[in-house]
Design a protein around this ligand. Sequence first.
Ligand code: SF4
Ligand code: ZN
Length: 300
Amino acid sequence: MKCVRCGARASVRLRRHRTSFCEKCYTLYFERQVERAIEEFDMFRKDEKVLVAVSGGKDSMSLWNVLLEKGYRVIALHIDLGIGQYSRSSRGVVEKFAKEKGAELIVYDLKERYGKSLRTLIKERKKLVPCRICGTVKRYVMNRVALEHEVDCVVTAHTLDDCCAFLFASLLSWDLEQISRQDVLLDAGEGLVRKAKPLYRLTDEECRLYATINSIPFVHEKCPYSRGAISIQLKDMFDQLEKKIPSVKQQFYFGFLRRGKKAFQKNVKEASLVPCRICGMPTIEGRDLCFFCTLMRGEK
Ligand code: SF4
Ligand code: ZN
């Protein structure tokens, strides 16, 4: 098996592209895919300030590394959610990497700032799925920090696997509003910073390979709340499908971006946003408080 680029002995095989790379050319391929996503959707420019959300996992650590290597003006944000050992390990990995690279990092400790960790929030709202609470917290904090630091774009490490799982989950419930909001680039709005997903062309496994080949540290433990999460089950389902139909993930998601998205967006009226009474961040018209403030106040 030879590297398709340089002819050296290949060590990485990408079935979905029916191609093989040596480690050096795989790194080039991976970084090119990130740049291609950024350029294709005009996500952000090199002179703009971007905030990259880093959990400490293989995907976000890989993305952070690419952005630094390619000379983007990047600030990393790590949210310490307070999920016991998992959070301690994640924070340790992120802080060590930032120090080694001399990279700018903001650590946002949820308990320190608001008096409640994610664990407490989950205990208080037993009827809600933990990942839903976590998603709200993360989106809120990312947007808030981005506004405070006047960044142009918030960048998240959602991979092709994540995008497929989210889209499929919204299709299962035919939540038209949610389907129409699925995108790799969300423009800025009143009180909302632009958001982009430059890893949408790459899979979880490809991120793991990039991180391993380039000795990028990442946390190997799994979040304890990921057990039984629907997104994980849907990712497994796509992995099984991909074994039988290589490139099915990209067919599904790229097809949606090219054709499906517009069809759904046409039929959905965008919800109007108003400022939350407590924090001033945007919330859906008709609601007094944003969901984050509702959670933090322990209201049902
Ligand atoms: Fe948050 Fe769920 Fe991910 Fe855990 S698995 S970090 S709760 S989104
Ligand atoms: Zn609020």
